[in-house]
Design a protein around this ligand. Structure first.
Ligand code: GRF
Length: 191
């Protein structure tokens, strides 16, 4: 049986697409989004990937949304969960339940430039090197154990747009590679 990966995404979904294209033959992939307007849902439809919309706006308060998400995730029982531009914070009980099974990708060399707009923050700061981090998720924002990092050099002539392009290109290569490595190990240890 194929290992199961759940991707949680709220927006554009370029990372979702690169993961799907590279790994769909090896693993069972499913998308969850809380944003009914997210472009990632269009991508899932075009790529013919199962998705679940848990529309955040239909829930009166955050906790009822979180409960619904938790129930759904437990039912799906994925081997791995990859956050890819998921714009909500997972509650502690979800992080604990799936401890060691949730990954995130962040567009900076953590612990530098945590939180939103990390690429712009690094660019505005004037650092000469930035990059991409893939890490486990814990209950601290962008604070879990680092799995891997790769560096991007900021050239003097780079604009913010050019830097964004470099970072995203790297993300699209790095994230599927890390996910594959982790899921492959699980497959081998189960044999
Ligand atoms: C990526 O830059 C990722 O590092 C960050 O959110 C962005 C998502 O981009 N966590 P996309 O939706 O995959 O295009």
């Amino acid at each position: 049986m194929k290992n199961k990966l759940i991707i949680l995404a709220s927006g554009n979904g370029s990372n979702f697409e690169s993961i799907v294209k590279k790994l769909r033959n090896k693993y069972k992939i499913k998308l969850i989004s809380e944003n009914k307007d997210a472009y990632v849902l269009q991508r899932a439809i075009q790529l013919n990937i199962d998705y679940e919309l848990i529309n955040y706006k239909n829930f009166g308060e955050r906790e009822s949304y979180n409960q619904k998400l938790f129930e759904y995730m437990k039912k799906e029982d994925p081997d791995l969960i990859a956050l890819a531009g998921y714009m909500k914070i997972l509650p502690e009980y979800i992080v604990e339940y799936f401890s060691g099974r949730i990954l995130n990708i962040h567009p900076s060399l953590l612990p530098a430039f945590k939180g939103l707009n990390a690429i712009k923050k690094a660019f505005d700061y004037g650092v000469k090197y930035t990059g991409v981090t893939v890490h486990y998720v814990n209950n601290e924002l962008d604070g879990g154990k680092i799995i891997t990092q790769e560096v991007v050099k900021i050239e003097p002539e780079d604009t913010l747009e050019m830097l964004e392009e470099k970072i995203h290109k790297l993300e699209h290569r790095l994230y599927p590679k890390v996910i594959d490595k982790i899921l492959r190990k699980l497959t081998i240890s189960r044999r």
